[in-house]
Design a binder for this molecule. Structure first.
Ligand SMILES: [Zn+2]
Length: 121
């Protein structure tokens, strides 16, 4: 295991814990400061992976907004919807800060339960 893997995991966990502490309106001074911290952590992750030529894990990569480099947590910084019009259901993740939206295929059924669990807690 590379040293950078541990650093990336640590920065990711820190940004998740900060984004879980965001409550209420996103435009308050305190929440803007927290979002700026998350953005800096995520840009550090991306630069670190680029310099050490690491591939970011897909589950980690799908939780990062490509528009504004913020961790997407459902109900706080993102709106996550399940679209089941086609045979393969898709997750639609929309960032609440920059309105960038992406679709991901539902690969594993566990993903649904993880999202429901994080939404409840
Ligand atoms: Zn965004």
């Amino acid at each position: 295991m590379n040293v950078c893997h541990g650093r990336v995991q640590h920065l990711y966990n820190q940004s998740i814990s900060i984004s879980n502490s965001i409550t209420g309106d996103l435009n308050t001074e305190e929440n803007k400061l927290k979002i700026a911290m998350i953005r800096e952590f995520v840009t550090n992750i991306l630069v670190m992976c680029q310099k050490s030529r690491l591939r970011i894990a897909p589950n980690l990569k799908r939780n990062i907004c490509k528009g504004c480099n913020v961790i997407l947590v459902s109900g706080i910084t993102a709106k996550i919807r399940l679209q089941s019009k086609n045979k393969t259901p898709l997750f639609n993740k929309k960032c609440l800060l920059c309105t960038y939206s992406t679709n991901y295929p539902q690969v594993n059924h566990k993903d649904v339960y993880v999202d429901k669990f994080t939404k409840l807690s």
